[in-house]
Design a binder for this molecule. Structure first.
Ligand SMILES: Cc1cc2nc3c(=O)[nH]c(=O)nc-3n(C[C@H](O)[C@H](O)[C@H](O)COP(=O)(O)OP(=O)(O)OC[C@H]3O[C@@H](n4cnc5c(N)ncnc54)[C@H](O)[C@@H]3O)c2cc1C
Length: 415
């Protein structure tokens, strides 16, 4: 019977531990926090967006951080395989907008509890409050794992320590140190799916304002680098919301270049051409011709956005509408479709939904998740240099890599 140690009890570690147990190994799961799956418990705003019902091509497309590495893992253990497994454990799921899959109960805790139940079923020994401090390698092979309490001998170890975001959930980047100490390379660690800090301080005036059906573009050196359609929100430091979080991967990449000059452009009326928008504005101005400008745009914009748009168009809010010139009206139209903010930086990695960067994938086999440098060492989940967009893609990546690592750790090449 093989002795397998799983380091970290998040999504990847829980999957790896139950699969290694199911396949007949003796499994110890070492978790540094006082419970497993702490991050899992807060995913999807407490509802846990487990996966997506998209096909594999979509999965890869939605994984800007080295999606192609995951082909092998997804072929071996797909979203459908995951759902079949969860259903067989009694967890019911449902599909929502954008193919997002959630537990029917809307409870991330139910997902965590299901894993805890299955850990017991397969006799996985779970050691809580026991952080791993080093991995022992002899003749290029893993022979043991040391914690702050004990030393364990093992045939294989699976590192599933997560990234460096939301450190209160336990993912404090320990895996990078553990892997580095035994010869692995760690790529640049940076935030992804994270709010964006802008230079403009007027965002403070409209903090909390959320916009739907807008088109948000990232522009660098006069070129559109990425675009997203959907929701966004203003905050006291800049911008957040689904479109912004998705664009943050591109912004992060650009920020690493020399003098990137990044701006965010918001098209508040993406469904209208410039001509149609102007006609619409003219119609409103005819209707409110005797009012001041600030009171003539209520049909077009949320009230607290009006003074900002007028200011950006360099107009006087008290100017009577019947005195607005065509040139001034066109200026307003331009701002409505090209509201521009300058990117200062991203919020720190601790506030990111996922960590981009991690243990270099060049040193791992995409088919087995085994290290090419240390036999018997496996990596799974966010600790690897993988990051995806929102939509259930990050958890599926963790589940699939955890599954594949466990299967190979138990069965080797016979699998
Ligand atoms: C607020 C939020 C919401 C999210 N929502 C979703 C969502 O709905 N859908 C989705 O797909 N993704 C979501 N994600 C991303 C997703 O949660 C992660 O990508 C996923 O949890 C990564 O799994 P993991 O097992 O690799 O790491 P983690 O889940 O972070 O688990 C790592 C585990 O390792 C333990 N550990 C760390 N160091 C040590 C050590 N030295 N010794 C022992 N144990 C250690 C940690 O305590 C932790 O339990 C969300 C993330 C956040 C922050």
């Amino acid at each position: 019977m093989k002795q397998i140690i799983v380091i970290g009890g998040g999504a990847a570690g829980l999957m790896a531990a139950v699969i290694a147990g199911r396949e007949g190994a003796r499994v110890i799961l070492l978790e540094k926090m006082n419970m497993v799956g702490k991050k899992m418990g807060i995913t999807g705003k407490g509802r846990c967006n487990i996966t997506n019902n998209a096909d594999m091509t979509e999965f890869i497309k939605n994984t800007p951080g080295n999606g192609k590495f995951l082909y092998g893992a997804y072929e071996r253990f797909s979203n459908e395989d995951l759902l079949e497994l969860l259903h067989s454990w009694g967890l019911k799921t449902k599909v929502e907008r954008g193919g997002r899959v959630f537990p029917e109960s809307d409870s991330a805790l139910e997902v965590r509890n299901t894993f805890m139940k299955i850990l017991k079923k397969y006799n996985v020994q779970v050691h809580l409050n026991e952080p791993v401090t080093s991995i022992t390698v002899k003749d290029d092979r893993v022979v043991g794992v040391t914690t702050d309490k004990e030393q364990y001998a093992c045939d294989a170890a699976i590192i599933c320590t997560g990234g460096a975001s939301y450190p209160l959930t336990g993912s404090t980047g320990d895996g990078y140190t553990l892997a580095k100490k035994i010869g692995h390379t760690i790529t640049d660690i940076r935030p992804s799916l994270v709010p964006i800090v802008t230079e403009e301080s007027w965002v403070k005036d409209i903090m909390g304002l959320s916009l739907r059906n807008v088109e948000v573009s990232v522009i660098s050196k006069n070129k559109v680098q990425a675009k997203q359609f959907g929701e966004m929100m203003f905050t006291h430091f800049g911008l957040t919301g689904p479109t912004i979080l998705s664009l943050s991967h591109t912004v992060g990449k650009l920020l690493r270049k020399k003098n990137p000059q990044i701006t965010i452009e918001i098209n508040l009326k993406p469904a209208l051409t410039a001509e149609v928008l102007d006609k619409r504005l003219q119609k409103d101005f005819d209707l409110y011709s005797k009012k001041q400008l600030a009171n003539g745009m209520k049909d077009l914009l949320p009230v607290n956005l009006i003074p900002i748009v007028i200011k950006l168009a360099e107009l006087d809010p008290s100017k009577p509408i019947n005195q607005i010139t065509k040139e001034e009206r066109l200026r307003l139209c331009h701002v409505l479709q090209h509201m521009t903010l300058t990117v200062k930086e991203l919020r720190p990695v601790a506030e990111a939904i996922v960590t981009a960067g991690g243990i270099s994938l060049k040193e791992f086999s995409p088919k087995t998740m085994e290290s090419k440098l240390v036999k018997g060492l496996y990596g799974a989940g966010e600790v690897l240099d993988i990051d995806a967009f929102t939509g259930g893609y990050n958890l599926q990546a963790a589940f699939s890599t955890g599954y594949v690592a466990a299967m190979h750790a138990v069965h080797g090449d016979e699998e």
